[in-house]
Design a binder for this molecule. Structure first.
Ligand code: COA
Length: 330
């Protein structure tokens, strides 16, 4: 820090874009092939429909579309970026990363691109990673993308899991800007990442290159996940409040990972966050894992709810377990 640049660097969101595959599968559509009902799915999860990627539409394509939208929103081009981080658990290939494919798709041959894998917490982990690069001064502008095709991991005969997930992608452009070092600054104010690998069996994919040499299917002990989710989410959100000296009443928007309406509502209630501040998109998108938070941000920004200067809390919990929060001044 020099006398000419007092305060603190902040990673400010200067662009946001999203992409959803065209095909929409409603609960009624699922009733045709599964022993399930729209009423059961809506009552237990809040989900009414999900988007499913076409078979020739891999994760990198969804992510590239979202990346282009975010860059256009920022009024920037790939030449202005020096970092691309993709949060995904559904890469096109075991390697190379989705991030390098999106980098190539953007015509970008400079900078660095890599994937982060923290399942449903992936976007918050990727955002926090980019934030730390930007705050170190080593990089100036980062594209952070959540992109998933969870439909490819599902056992479509297992009604306890396949009704819950969907495909999609969304991205933010972060730019290092000088702030004052207070909670009034625009940008990422704090982030809190946690993990505990003892919970592997509760939410996992039963395949992989170094075990079965197959892709595998998503397996979940739904009740167990539910039981842990609310407390874990509340812990990291409270850490974010404590670190910034802010409170639930100062929040403008609570944008949680969109897995299940009941988890979202129970978390908000535990945290004392008013229902009208909660952004909910799980009804339209299902659980899109690492894409769910930026997709929800895009919906709420585009319909005029999230505005410049608003205080926005994001949080997620997912396989691992992993869980995380970040507080952003928009
Ligand atoms: C998955 C989840 C919706 C299931 O709800 P639940 O109230 O726990 O229901 P249970 O798993 O106990 O199942 C209750 C009954 O519904 C049945 N059921 C499960 N899926 C069903 C479906 N899609 N349609 C109809 N019935 C279904 C079960 O077979 C069970 O029947 P049984 O009592 O005859 O055995 C809920 O546990 C949940 O949301 N968990 C968190 C999952 C999550 O968000 N994971 C992602 C985190 S990133």
């Amino acid at each position: 820090m020099t006398d000419e640049s007092p305060g603190k660097l902040r990673s400010v969101v200067v662009g946001l874009g999203s992409y959803l595959p065209k095909r929409i599968v409603s609960n009624a559509d699922l009733e045709k092939s599964l022993d399930t009902t729209d009423a059961w799915i809506v009552q237990r999860t809040g989900i009414r429909q999900r988007h499913i990627a076409a078979s020739d539409e891999p994760t990198s394509q969804l992510g590239l579309n979202a990346a282009k939208a975010a860059l256009a929103d920022a009024g920037l081009s790939a030449a202005d970026l020096d970092l691309v981080i993709v949060a995904t658990s559904t890469p096109d290939y075991t390697f190379p990363s989705v991030a390098t494919q999106i980098q190539a798709g953007l015509g970008m041959t400079h900078g660095a691109a890599f994937d982060v894998q923290a399942v449903c917490s992936g976007f918050v982990f990727a955002l926090a990673t980019a934030d730390k690069f930007l705050l170190s001064g080593s990089h100036k502008r980062a594209l952070v993308i959540g992109a998933e095709t969870f439909s490819r991991l599902l056992d479509w005969t297992d009604r306890t899991t396949c009704v819950l997930f969907g495909d999609g992608a969304a991205a933010v452009v972060l730019e290092a800007q000088q702030g004052e070092g207070t909670a009034q600054d625009r940008g990422v104010l704090t982030s809190h990442l946690r993990s505990d690998g003892r919970h592997r069996e509760k939410l996992y994919v039963d395949g992989g290159p170094s075990t079965t040499r197959t892709v595998g299917h998503l397996r979940m002990a739904g009740r167990e996940v539910f039981r842990h989710a609310v407390g874990m989410v509340a812990d990291v959100v409270n850490e974010a409040f404590a670190a910034t000296g802010t409170t639930a009443s100062e929040l403008d928007w609570f944008v949680p990972h969109q897995a299940n309406r009941r988890i979202i509502d129970a978390s908000a209630e535990k945290l004392g966050i008013a229902p009208e501040k909660i952004v909910v998109t799980v009804d339209m998108h299902g659980n899109t894992s690492a894409a769910s938070i930026p997709l929800a941000l895009a919906v709420a920004r585009d319909d005029g709810r999230i505005k410049r200067g608003d205080l926005v809390m994001i949080e997620a919990m997912g396989g691992g377990f992993t869980w995380a929060s970040a507080l952003i001044r928009w």
